[in-house]
Write a protein that binds this ligand. Structure first.
Ligand code: G6P
Length: 574
């Protein structure tokens, strides 16, 4: 995901900003840029690819006391030099993290001709337009939320003004504090080589940084509390969390919001009703996403949806019609089997659509059409935020005419994430099991597949997901006193059936954990995780519960959570 660094102070602005950007490299990026003040002029250098390409411009030392820099992880437009930040329009030069949802509307209103494909350039054009009215940048920042819809952390330099300005809404920004030196940054690691003292900007707060820092909200000055970061760089990269996996679980409200915002006002969401049959293909968790959406898609569009494991699909006979669509799902966009399945479909002349996280990856380039999720870089081997963003995007395809149903998603996700203590408590019991079973039917069964995979891959406890009705055809023989059984019931139609199956394992002594949004008999569960939500996206909430159960089980067992044994993040071999 993108990174912001800015500096105001002594003559080493370029050195500080480049160093800060380097310390944000772990977030992933595909281009970078820097704007700095030299004499009375603002100069901009940008480069595609890694930071050393940008550094080429600074072989000869340049003295500057004010600069802003950015590493860009493409969301709007290709990862090239033109789209890289900073963007400059009129007297305004900015770097931006986040998404401007109404950028098309603004562009038309301003009648602005863009040079790049980015929403950020339109934001710069907007700020410049407002600035020209009375040349008061603080006034512009005070009112920005009246016109701009979306999320933004922005660093701003104004022509002929020796101050650094910044503002944030729904995208993090901090102001670092040292002796006669000030920093802005999207994350703490960017400033740690110079200071560990900083302010956190809250939503709609903006600041002027000159020889002191003045923070405002709605035109009123705010007194900020200084924070002190007491951990090391590695901890900072994990945002203070013990593992990348937990950091990524906790990032889900933001990345789900970003995914939603990216398509809310666009025509990119494909109309699936025009097809007669759909195959969804992927590996691992990506395959489970397909399973999760299959039943919803079939009901919604009244067409068959076949969900296939990519390593199988590539070798099997594929039946297809002229109105057939193959959807491939891949976080990395590089998984060998998924790519082979995609190429097979293309060679058969079937239309293909890829749901991918990594911009410009092979699968993204090869598919007829690609829709990017906005999960940002995922570091932990066990996928979490990419899964939920993939599921969200597929649900958005199902409900493309009614995206309002997702309006409360963020709040609901935050609600699940606030129940950490309950997940910790249940995990302590789960880890006593030799085997753990996950039971559910239809879409609930698909969540079981993902929950079971998460648990076994990071805790190394054997687990299996079962379509609830199947258990008694053999596997129930493994259920004994205290065997953990995690059942999921969100689908009302089959709720009673799954309840009967839970009774069967209860009679054999199972330790029953039930995740549900339905009313269930009082004495059935040892633990209930109740999700007070009947929305179409309830699966996302269930999966987050299962991620947390897996995480805390593995933590309790002292496992290598971010890099479990024998596993790789991106599987580029067959
Ligand atoms: C690996 C990862 C999984 C992922 C699968 C597919 O096994 O550990 O988390 O679901 O590959 O990867 P992709 O990048 O294609 O989604």
């Amino acid at each position: 995901m993108c990174g912001i660094v800015g500096y105001k102070g002594k003559d080493k602005a370029i050195e500080v900003v480049l160093n800060g950007l380097k310390n944000l490299e772990y977030r992933g990026y595909d281009s970078a840029g820097i704007a700095y003040v030299q004499g009375n002029k603002i100069k901009i250098k940008k480069a595609q690819g890694k930071l050393f390409n940008l550094e080429e411009n600074f072989k000869n030392k340049i003295e500057s006391n004010l600069a802003i820099g950015h590493t860009r992880w493409a969301t709007h437009g290709e990862p090239n030099q033109i789209n890289a930040h900073p963007h400059r329009v009129g007297n305004i030069t900015i770097v931006h993290n986040g998404i401007i949802e109404n950028y098309n509307e603004l562009k038309n209103k301003l009648n602005y001709q863009s040079k790049s494909d980015t929403d950020t350039e339109i934001l710069a054009a907007y700020i410049n337009d407002e600035y020209q009215k009375n040349k008061n940048i603080l006034e512009v920042l005070k009112n920005i939320n009246k016109d701009i819809i979306g999320s933004y952390a922005v660093g701003i330099i104004v022509d002929n003004d020796d101050s650094l300005y910044c503002i944030r809404k729904d995208s993090p920004l901090i102001i670092g504090l040292a002796e006669s030196e000030y920093f802005i940054a999207s994350d703490v690691p960017a400033i740690l080589d110079y200071t560990n003292e900083y302010y956190i900007l809250e939503n709609d707060e903006y600041a002027k940084i000159a020889d002191r820092v003045d923070v405002y909200k709605n035109g009123k000055e705010i007194k900020k509390k200084k924070n002190i970061f007491e951990f090391d760089m590695e901890a900072a990269k994990k945002n203070g969390y013990e593992h990348y996996m937990l950091k990524e679980i906790m990032e889900q409200p933001t990345v789900l919001y970003n995914t939603l915002a990216a398509y809310k006002n666009s025509d990119d969401l494909v109309d699936l009703s025009k097809y007669s049959e759909i195959d969804i293909v992927g590996c691992g968790s990506a395959y489970h996403v397909g399973m999760a959406v299959k039943y919803i898609m079939e009901e919604k569009f009244n067409l068959p949806v076949n969900v296939e494991i990519a390593s199988e699909y590539r070798y099997k006979k594929v039946f297809y019609t002229s109105k057939h669509l193959v959807i491939v799902i891949s976080q990395s966009g590089e998984t060998a089997d998924t790519l082979a399945a995609l190429m097979k479909a293309k060679n058969l002349g079937i239309e293909t659509l890829a749901i991918v996280n990594v911009v410009g990856s092979t699968i993204a380039r090869e598919a007829d059409k690609v829709l990017y999720i906005k999960a940002g870089v995922e570091k932990a081997v066990a996928t979490t935020k990419a899964y939920t963003c993939q599921l969200l995007l597929l649900l958005m395809l199902c409900y493309r005419n009614d995206l309002k149903i997702f309006d409360k998603l963020n709040d609901d996700v935050n609600d699940v994430l606030s129940k950490i203590d309950m997940f910790k408590k249940i995990s302590k019991k789960i880890i006593n099991g030799k085997d753990v079973f996950f039971l559910g039917r239809l879409d609930d069964y698909s969540y079981c597949l993902e929950g079971s995979l998460k648990l076994k891959e990071i805790s190394y406890i054997h687990s299996e997901a079962y379509a609830a009705g199947e258990l008694k055809h053999g596997t129930i023989s493994l259920v004994e006193e205290n065997t953990p059984v995690i059942s999921i019931i969100t689908n009302k139609i089959i709720a009673d059936k799954t309840i009967s199956n839970i009774k069967e394992v209860k009679a054999r002594g199972a330790y029953n954990v039930i995740i549900t949004n339905q009313k269930i008999p009082n004495d059935l569960a040892d633990e209930i995780i109740y999700i007070d939500n009947k929305k179409e996206y309830v699966g996302i909430l269930v999966i987050i519960c299962l991620q947390l159960l897996a995480y805390y089980s593995a933590l309790e067992l002292g496992r290598d959570i971010d890099m479990p044994r024998n596993l790789a993040k991106s599987v580029t071999v067959e």
